[in-house]
Design a protein. Structure first.
Length: 652
């Protein structure tokens, strides 16, 4: 094992069971960093986890009639399930409700108290429950809203313990000056100093306990108080590697090499966290990197706005690597980026299908067709070969330089220069013409070897970013899964008579218009299912707002007879139903296939909404909506009338 240690962390996330692609962004990036450092020979430890205490969790659990721990247990299970689907290779998932963690938090709080850095006082100020953040009046937005999330804050007055944060002001500023690499991107440092160190209030002492709720780690010497969630959460970085339980492991990995965090929580990680570590006489992390947000068409993703993009539909339809590639390639990691599904599909087509997929497919197919599947370098060189070889071996330095500053997009662009150059090399050398001339057989073999060798190097360089694709390339080239990073520096390592294994196209080209419709259906279905599952846990009488009789009268609900049922041509779970509503003929697309056989539906009379705006579902028009009821166990039945009545009858 290498003696070069590298400790990397995501934020300790608030537990949410509706993780959209914005939440996955940082975790994908950290996973990439781990794989990169590991393949470079480092002993890497990757920590992620959940921050499960606080007023917000306590209130949310009460809404569902659950104990806070029971509420978060189910969510954590779902988060771990998603990370498994996404092949996130973390080493430890720390929960702030872990018994050892809670014990260590108490010890940390006691140490700070014994040192005189924590004292008792009265807190009066503004508190944002969703962000679990205290704010001075000068920091608030318009109408005393939270400057981070924009929600309403509450004026709070309660007994509290305080951490002497102001004591560390000068020491923090000196540390920033002496360690310019500590905060990245560099402009974040200026934001922190301007917003939290300057002005009449300067850096104030921090309230670090709450006494108005119970869900948290109890203050060891005063059980009327619980430890402020951010002290609790930040301590996870220590407890995850054995602070208080495994001294050897802790000393091996601490200080952290880099904490990756969202820009909205930078102040906790570059002001409060280093001050706490200074107070505990512990070394500071080498770097805190604040990444930007992924927006949806330049707007922040929000379930209430209906603009959330979930990772599961993308993975289901296009694979994990397509999502990972887009997240790491499309956005500059330190800045905000805007996501839309069309942009994703265009990137998939251009980079993964046209460039990489096409290069692999052409190369393996030609080796299979022209040389019985065997790779051989016959040494017949031309100037165009040297150009390709020089580029291939120079790319690794560019990738390493970019990755040292976590410029994932820059690193991938360097790799794609080699991929595009290799495709151009095909056009320049025209192997299909060489194959027609027996005298140029040796030259053909050299050209095909060079293409395969370029792909071998590509398979190494892309491994940290899109592992599965890397291994698929190597499989088709007849190579093992064992990867040595330094082998990307040398052109010509492929052994003669290596046999290729022609496989499926790794990234099929998409019909973007059709795929957008397909994706929207999957994503909307997931959004609706999660909304429904949440609603089932709430008071049924309060699920929907009251409507007037005039609102109800706008719905034209009729009795309809099902006259024919067909399978949807483009969807396995949908039926296309032909209906007769009196003298009116209608067609409806419905997802009831898993509940009813065709023969059980034909001739049946049901209730439907006649005047619903028509929509297309997977390319087939649906003009109306069936009414059905579903219970908590997932049983579904179509709505109808108690007595036989003619089709077309109106429900009133």
């Amino acid at each position: 094992m290498s003696n070069k240690k590298f400790y990397v962390t995501t934020p300790i996330y608030y537990p949410s069971d509706n993780l959209h692609i914005g939440h996955t962004y940082c975790t994908v990036a950290v996973d990439c960093v781990k794989r990169f450092k590991k393949i470079k020979g480092y002993d890497v430890f990757f920590t992620t986890g959940t921050d499960e205490h606080g007023q917000k969790i306590e209130e949310k659990a009460k809404e569902f009639g659950m104990k806070p721990k029971d509420y978060v247990d189910g969510i954590v299970k779902n988060i771990k399930k998603l990370w498994k689907i996404m092949d996130i290779d973390y080493d430890y998932f720390v929960r702030s409700t872990d018994e050892d963690h809670e014990k260590d938090v108490k010890n940390i709080f006691q140490k700070l108290y014994d040192k005189g850095d924590i004292y008792k006082g009265e807190y009066e100020g503004y508190y944002c429950t969703p962000c679990e953040s205290f704010w001075t009046e000068a920091q608030l937005g318009e109408n005393k809203t939270c400057p981070d999330c924009g929600r309403e804050t509450q004026l709070t007055h309660e007994e509290s313990y305080f951490f002497r944060l102001s004591k560390y002001k000068d020491r923090l500023l000196k540390y920033y000056e002496d360690h310019p690499e500590f905060i990245e991107p560099a402009f974040r440092k200026n934001e922190m100093i301007k917003n939290f160190f300057e002005g009449k209030d300067g850096l104030e002492d921090l309230s670090v306990s709450r006494s108005t709720f119970d869900w948290g780690v109890k203050v060891p010497f005063d059980d009327k108080h619980v430890v402020y969630v951010w002290i609790d959460a930040l301590a996870c970085y220590l407890t995850a590697i054995g602070y208080g339980t495994d001294k050897e492991k802790f000393n091996s990995y601490w200080p952290a090499s880099v904490h990756f965090v969202g820009k909205e929580i930078m102040r906790f990680h570059v002001i409060i966290w280093p001050a706490l570590l200074m107070a505990l006489d512990l070394p500071l992390p080498e770097k805190v990197f604040g990444h930007g947000w992924i927006l949806f068409d330049n707007d922040k993703m929000s379930k209430s706005k209906g603009n959330v993009i979930y990772p599961e539909p993308i993975i289901k339809l296009y694979g994990v690597d397509a999502l990972k590639y887009f997240l790491l390639r499309e956005f500059s990691f330190g800045s905000d980026g805007s996501f839309n599904i069309e942009k994703f599909m265009q990137r998939l087509n251009s980079d993964l299908a046209n460039d990489l997929g096409n290069l692999l497919s052409r190369t393996v197919s030609m080796i299979d067709k022209y040389n019985e599947g065997l790779i051989n370098d016959m040494g017949v060189r031309e100037d165009v070969d040297e150009d390709l070889e020089n580029l291939a071996v120079s790319v690794v330095d560019e990738v390493e330089a970019a990755m040292e500053h976590y410029q994932f997009s820059v690193a991938l662009e360097s790799i794609w220069k080699l991929i595009r150059r290799s495709n151009k090399y095909v056009d320049e050398t025209e192997p299909w013409k060489l194959a027609k001339d027996e005298d140029k057989k040796d030259r053909l073999n050299t050209v095909l070897y060079n293409l395969a060798e370029s792909l071998r190097i590509v398979s190494i360089l892309i491994y940290p970013f899109i592992k599965d694709t890397s291994l698929k390339i190597r499989e088709q080239l007849g190579l093992s899964d064992e990867i040595n990073w330094e082998d990307s520096r040398v052109f010509g390592l492929l052994k003669d008579d290596t046999k290729v294994n022609k496989g499926e196209v790794i990234f099929p080209r998409l019909d973007i218009e059709a795929e957008i419709e397909r994706f929207n259906e999957e994503n909307t279905a997931l959004l609706n299912s999660r909304t429904i599952s949440e609603a089932k846990e709430e008071d049924k009488e309060n699920i929907k707002k009251e409507v007037s009789i005039e609102d109800f009268a706008k719905l034209d609900i009729r009795v309809a007879e099902i006259v024919d049922v067909e399978d949807h041509p483009n969807a396995d779970k949908l039926y296309v139903l032909k209906l007769k509503i009196g003298d009116i003929d209608r067609q409806i697309v419905s997802g009831i296939k898993e509940y009813y056989k065709k023969e059980d539906l034909v001739g049946r009379k049901i209730l439907m909404i006649l005047n619903l705006k028509p929509i297309k579902l997977r390319g087939v028009e649906s003009n109306g909506m069936l009414l059905a009821a579903e219970d908590d166990d997932g049983n579904l039945t179509l709505a109808s009338t108690l007595s036989e009545i003619k089709s077309g009858a109106k429900i009133s």
